[in-house]
Ligand binder design. Structure first.
Ligand code: CUA
Length: 155
């Protein structure tokens, strides 16, 4: 089979770029211990229900209009199932999984993170408009995945 010289050059270029990128990712992961930015804390996934503050998941008021919400994702629901906050509240969500990989997404707010067992994911959002927001799992996690939802009520 005859491969044109410039085509061979492009194939070489493509493979070389792939090798460079793989090398960069591997170096970052191994040397720098790189993890996605929202996952900075670790937790023993088998002891989530005994580990504070995830032993009592829920909403905590930190200051006026500043809240922290601790969530445990498990097949096939979120705890807490519902929280209520005033309009204008800034909420930092801390989420961990008690079993498998889940998603944590509130459509139209930009709140969207993966929830990996062993890690605490964190994401913040200011809820300016009143309404009921659906919080959904957007990572396939098993036969009841489509039922996995909770709500955030902004008054
Ligand atoms: Cu949890 Cu899908």
């Amino acid at each position: 089979m005859h491969v044109h010289r410039s085509e061979r050059l492009w194939i070489f270029f493509g493979v070389a770029m792939l090798a460079v990128f793989l090398g960069m990712i591997t170096t970052a992961a191994v040397v720098d211990g790189l993890v996605p930015p929202s996952r900075v804390q670790t937790i023993d996934p088998t002891k989530v229900s005994q580990t504070p503050p995830f032993d009592h998941p829920g909403l905590h008021k930190i200051a006026d209009n500043v809240y922290e919400a601790y969530y445990v994702a498990h097949i096939f629901s979120f705890t807490p199932a519902s929280i209520e906050i005033p309009a204008g509240a800034r909420v930092t969500f801390y989420v961990t999984s008690a079993d498998v990989e889940h998603g944590f997404s509130i459509p139209e707010t930009g709140v969207n993170t993966m929830v990996t067992p062993g890690w605490v994911s964190s994401v913040s959002h200011t809820f300016t408009t009143p309404g009921t927001f659906l919080l959904i799992c957007n990572e396939y996690c098993g036969s009841g995945h489509q039922l996995m939802a909770a709500k955030v009520v902004v008054k």
